[in-house]
Ligand binder design. Structure first.
Ligand SMILES: Nc1ncnc2c1ncn2[C@@H]1O[C@H](COP(=O)(O)OP(=O)(O)OP(=O)(O)O)[C@@H](O)[C@H]1O
Length: 332
């Protein structure tokens, strides 16, 4: 399969400046320094056209930051992002900007991502007119067709976001993304804020749209059950680093990285011989001061002396990639 999206060593650092109280404390002698968070640390993987790739990991591991860099909403600190062979890392050329438009993001909270003062007709139609995908004269029909595609009556075009339910608003968010005719959607916890019954409907909508429009997805979620249901492959992140990538079935049936194993142990799964419910041991370390070597080693039941010293290399075997000393041919 040829890659549609390729990430090569993509990183993002955030400087953490001292606030007023911390600066005052430093003047009084406290040992406080400006620090840096490696929100995403050298992520490399690719996504083929038509694939759904799930991106999972505990809160703060860098999922949203990665998604926002792919969507072009956040500059990268290092590395390269290629879309259909074009370098879109900075989207400086007209060709790169055009490619970037093919990548759209759908957010968690539709209420805060939709302008409360705009009617649905404008929210959905604005970008399509701007980018010349429809005309001012044709926009009403264009929006009506998009509303139908996401399962809403054309009458919704005259409503404001506050006049709709959470599920309806999320459908508007999806219609707005589809308005610029994307090929790649990044769904960032796009169903997390919805009632469980509505979540199922929106997941079905994503799957229908995938078939109808030949879409490719990066599906960011903390809900492993949803990811198992929707994704073809899964990328697991821990404290900014990608630790495992595998086809969904292989990942859920035989996870290789101890972090993935611990993460899956948290999910009760009936009929798969895995009915335990355990939480990942220990606290997530501060991203401002991550443990050396493998970031997971202080919480890892299999950690050995190498794990606290050496950053594990990424080893790929039969489409299953792991960054763990237990799998790099040596001993942990
Ligand atoms: N704008 C920012 N400024 C400073 N630090 C940031 C910024 N955005 C994210 N971070 C830090 O980067 C790290 C990764 O955050 P990110 O939101 O990408 O994680 P996440 O896996 O999406 O978490 P969640 O599931 O809670 O949304 C965190 O330590 C976060 O505090």
């Amino acid at each position: 399969m040829t890659a549609m999206l390729e990430l090569d060593g993509v990183s993002r650092r955030f400087e953490k400046k001292l606030d007023g109280v911390e600066r005052f404390a430093r003047r009084l002698g406290a040992d406080l320094k400006e620090t840096c968070v490696n929100a995403v640390d050298s992520a490399s993987f690719s996504i083929a056209r038509g694939e759904v790739v799930g991106l999972v990991g505990e809160s703060g591991c860098g999922k949203s930051t990665l998604g926002r860099m792919v969507a072009g909403l956040l500059p990268v600190s290092d590395g390269t992002i290629r879309f259909e062979g074009t370098d879109v890392t900075d989207a400086k050329s007209a060709q790169a900007r055009d490619k970037r438009l093919r990548i759209q993001m759908i957010f968690q909270d539709p209420m805060s991502s939709l302008n409360p003062r705009m009617k649905v007709a404008d929210i959905v139609g604005e970008a399509a007119v701007y980018h010349g995908l429809t005309t001012r004269a044709g926009v009403t029909g264009y929006v009506d067709a998009l509303l139908a595609k996401v399962g809403l009556d054309p009458a919704f075009a005259h409503r404001y976001p506050h006049q709709m339910s959470g599920g309806q608003r999320q459908r508007i968010g999806i219609a707005r993304a589809l308005a610029v005719q994307p090929e790649f959607l990044i769904c960032d916890e796009s169903i997390a804020a919805l009632d469980v019954s509505i979540q199922a409907q929106v997941i079905n909508l994503f799957q229908d749209l995938r078939r109808e429009l030949d879409l490719t997805y990066l599906f960011i979620s903390h809900d492993l059950g949803v990811v198992e249901h929707i994704a073809d492959r899964v990328v697991v992140m821990y404290l900014g680093r990608v630790v495992e990538i595998a086809p969904t079935e292989a990942l859920f049936d035989a996870p290789r990285h101890p972090y993935t194993q611990a993460l899956l142990d948290q999910v009760p799964r009936l009929g798969a011989g895995r009915q335990t419910f355990r939480t990942v041991k220990g606290e997530i370390p501060s991203p401002l001061n991550p443990p050396p070597g493998c970031h997971f080693h202080p919480r890892c039941p299999m950690a050995g002396p190498r794990c606290s010293r050496e950053v594990p290399r990424t080893i790929s075997q039969g489409g299953h990639t792991t960054a763990c000393h237990l799998h790099d041919g040596g001993t942990a």
